[in-house]
Structures are given as C-alpha cells and as structure tokens.
Design a binder for this molecule. Structure first.
Ligand SMILES: [Zn+2]
Length: 277
C-alpha cells in the first residue's frame, strides 16, 4: 500500500496531468491501475492535446514526427483515441485539453505567416520561449478539478519544454493550494538517460523533495504494459517493437523496486513529494 492510499477506504480523486498523449501512462500507469482497482477515481488530463486549426507551420520536426507516427491526416484525433483506450485499460478517465503540443505552437510573422516556435529536435529541450502562448495560458489556468485530493505532475526529467511548462504549473499549484497533495512523477522513458532525474531535481534547489516509491503488483505492471501498447503511433519513437517496450518497462519497475528482504524483485514506480523533509 502506498503512503497516500487512504487506509479508511475513502474515495479519493487523483488527477494526473500529462503534457502529451502518453506521458502519464508511461510514467504512472501502474499506480493509476492500482488506485482505480482500489476504488479511487483517476482522471488523466492531457494538457497539450489540442487540435491545430488552419494550416500547420512548416518545420523539420513536424515532417519527422508525422512520418514517425505514421498518422495521416489528423494525428491528434488518432492520438486522442489511443489515449482513451490506454487510460480505460487502467480504469481511469481520459480528458483532453485544448493547448497545442509545442511542435504546433506558432508566432506570426509581420506578413501573417505562422512560424513554428519549436521547429527542430534540439529546440524541444529548452526553456519555454518568452513569446510562447502556453506560458500565459498556463499561468492563468486554475486547478482543473478543485475537488482533487492529489495532483500528479511531471518532474521534468529530460527537459522537454512542455514537461517543464506542466511541472511549473504544478509548482505554482502546490504553493497556491496547500490542501492539495502535489506529486512530481519521474518522466519515463526520459529517465533512461543517466543523471536525468538528478538534473531535474536541481530545479527544486532549496526545496525539500522526498522520493515516494509506489509498489506495484504484477497485475498493475501487466496493465501498464498493455496500456502503453495502446499508443501504437508512439511506440517507434522509443522502442523497436512492443516486446522490447514490455521488457524495458518491467526492468525499470524492478530497478526502482529493488530487492525484497525475502529475496526476489519488487516492482515499483517513483514520484517526488515537496515539503516532507
Ligand atoms: Zn511528453
């Protein structure tokens, strides 16, 4: 039983904020399944799930991504449907926000021409640009589900600009709503890169962040693997095939879980909680 599970069996609402259509399931799928199976309500709200209107900006990253995803026509409609299936497999509810993925966000040239704010692979891994419309929109965004008991946001491991934006939204939220428990989840699979977690934690310098290890049953890990497999368009970005994904997701859960005192591996996911030193 994880620290935040209510031992009285009280029904609680957990809100998982996902920058993109897959992050929360990739990072917290086992926990989402565990919470749902225990009778809690789980909402997975994808912040950057908006459908671009009008002509798309021209950029090398969009050409590359659309080819990689193999999604013709409207990739967002397909990706939303993948997300609905994945979150449903875990027993949660999928909700989709209207903000655009950073690769679709634009600034306008004096001629009225839309120009991609983040046109290249390298541009995705930086601080948000000052004229990124997502900055102002997220600053004005309140707690989406005021009845939420716990909110889970990305830690920002890997440094993707959209993950940084949602992390910072979570940090403001934690300051403004001391009654809501805010957890920062490790962004999988970006955590495969050595030092990515330590690097992400540096942003919180001066604040105490405590690791929270969430043990998983085998059924929860299996559900997570099946849910990740629902993101058919996204698998090829991270793995050569579904079997490799399943093996790596299991290995990561074993690595976080460590060894049981009685022998054998434990399965787990990990988040970080502020202010519990
Ligand atoms: Zn993401």
């Amino acid at each position: 039983m994880s620290a935040r599970m209510d031992s009285n069996g009280k029904h609680r609402l957990h809100l998982f904020l996902s920058p993109h259509l897959d992050d929360a399931v990739l990072s917290c799928g086992g926990q989402i399944h565990t919470l749902s199976a225990a009778g809690h309500s789980v909402v997975v709200y994808t912040v950057m799930a908006g459908k671009p209107q009008g002509p798309l900006p021209q950029s090398p990253i969009l050409d590359d991504l659309h080819a990689r995803w193999g999604t013709a026509g409207n990739p967002i409609a397909e990706r939303r449907w993948e997300d609905i299936k994945a979150v449903r497999r875990l027993g949660g509810m999928a909700r989709h926000g209207a903000l655009l993925d950073c690769v679709y966000r634009v600034r306008y040239a004096p001629t009225g021409e839309p120009q991609a704010l983040y046109p290249s692979e390298e541009s995705l891994w930086q601080e948000p640009l000052p004229d990124d419309p997502a900055l102002a929109l997220l600053e004005a965004m309140p707690l989406l589900y005021p009845q939420a008991d716990a909110v889970h946001v990305p830690l920002g491991a890997g440094g993707h600009v959209d993950h940084r934006l949602v992390r910072d939204w979570g940090r403001r939220l934690a300051r403004a709503n001391p009654d809501v428990a805010v957890f920062f989840y490790e962004d999988y699979p970006y955590t495969r890169h050595p030092d990515s977690i330590q690097h992400a934690l540096k942003v919180f310098a001066g604040e105490s962040l405590t690791p929270v290890v969430i043990p998983l049953e085998e059924t929860a890990l299996q559900a997570k693997i099946e849910a990740i497999a629902c993101y058919e368009s996204q698998i090829s970005t991270f793995w050569p095939d579904v079997e490799t994904m399943a093996a790596e997701v299991r290995a990561t859960a074993e690595q976080i879980g460590g060894w049981k005192s009685a022998g054998g591996r434990m399965l787990a996911e990990r988040e970080w909680q502020p202010g519990r030193a």
